[in-house]
Design a protein around this ligand. Structure first.
Ligand SMILES: [Zn+2]
Length: 327
């Protein structure tokens, strides 16, 4: 066989013979076999950072839980078949649902602002590790200057304290006044939300004394302003974030399923305390972000939880970010 010439039939036969001989040799002489690479299980990205003008925005996945669903949690006033038809049309399982938890951290250059604090430790194996993930993302919990709470549900306030001590010891805290008062007073709490109130009193209420209680359209720090998003919770806040003319909306739990709640904003969601108010909030915020083509981060959108809402002929759809935020 010439070094660079074409392989002839005779060369091929010689090679085959050689391979057979080598096979015989290797089976006769023991040597350390190369082990198959171990199976590692799934691996998921959990940190995504992009620039917004002069700000840096880091989304961190505080884990996920899987369970039955999405019906009746989503499409609570619809038939199971209607909900299943819509999710299966998008390649999602008919009777299983994954809920992801995505915390947003914004470095304005002057202050490091954390939006929501993730789950309490131990809720699920993948959740409750936010403070370590913040370190992996390049920050220390001590560097967090402001913790802003969108609403009082366990997956948003459960990571504020560990063993009664603040996880972000140097931070000041910001709550929507209406939301904090609702849970803190504890009047008219529906039975289904009694556990939510207990967790709020354990993890959030102790920080109330040193927290700023803001109105639903207040400026939090330069470039970050609250937007009322009542419904999912009585005083939930969304946020408008702007730097050097670049804008972003953090809609918290305005929509919690990237297909069902965006394409069918009127479908009730079991988690929404005032279901009609939540519908109205979805429509108002979808109209705002779609009209202005504003990118959105959402706490329960699929990681990295950045995308756009596009208005369609009859409704809306979620357009996940790909490379747009890299420019
Ligand atoms: Zn939530």
């Amino acid at each position: 066989m010439t070094k660079h010439g074409p392989l002839t039939r005779r060369d091929a036969l010689k090679l085959a013979g050689g391979a057979a001989a080598l096979g015989a040799l290797t089976s006769a002489v023991p040597y350390a076999a190369q082990a198959a690479a171990p199976m590692l299980g799934v691996s998921r990205p959990s940190i995504y950072r992009f620039k917004l003008g002069a700000f840096e925005v880091t989304n961190i996945l505080d884990g996920y839980v899987q369970g039955p669903g999405p019906h009746p949690t989503f499409g609570n006033n619809q038939t199971p078949e209607a909900v299943q038809a819509l999710v299966t049309a998008h390649g999602l399982p008919a009777t299983r649902h994954e809920n992801q938890f995505v915390v947003t951290l914004v470095n304005t250059g002057k202050e490091l602002v954390l939006f929501d604090a993730g789950n309490p430790k131990g809720r699920a194996p993948t959740t409750g590790h936010l403070s370590q993930l913040i370190v992996t993302a390049g920050y220390q919990p001590e560097q967090v200057d402001v913790v802003v709470i969108s609403h009082g549900h366990p997956d948003h306030v459960g990571g504020l304290l560990v063993d009664g001590k603040p996880v972000y010891p140097n931070a000041r805290y910001v709550f929507g006044a209406r939301e904090f008062d609702y849970w803190n007073k504890g009047e008219n709490i529906p039975d289904a939300r009694k556990g939510t109130r207990d967790i709020f009193m354990q993890f959030a209420a102790p920080l109330g004394e040193k927290a700023a209680m803001i109105k639903e359209d207040a400026e939090i720090v330069g470039g970050i302003r609250a937007i009322p998003a009542f419904g999912h919770s009585p005083g939930m806040l969304a946020f408008h974030i702007e730097s050097e003319g670049k804008r972003l909306v953090n809609w918290a739990d305005t929509a919690n399923h990237y297909v069902l709640s965006v394409q069918q904003p009127d479908w009730y969601v079991a988690f929404d305390q005032d279901k009609d108010a939540a519908v109205a909030t979805r429509r108002r915020i979808f109209d705002m972000v779609s009209a202005d083509k504003l990118p959105v981060v959402g706490y329960h959108m699929p990681f990295p939880a950045v995308g756009w809402v596009e208005k369609t002929a009859t409704s809306y759809r979620w357009v996940p970010a790909t490379t747009q935020m890299n420019f």
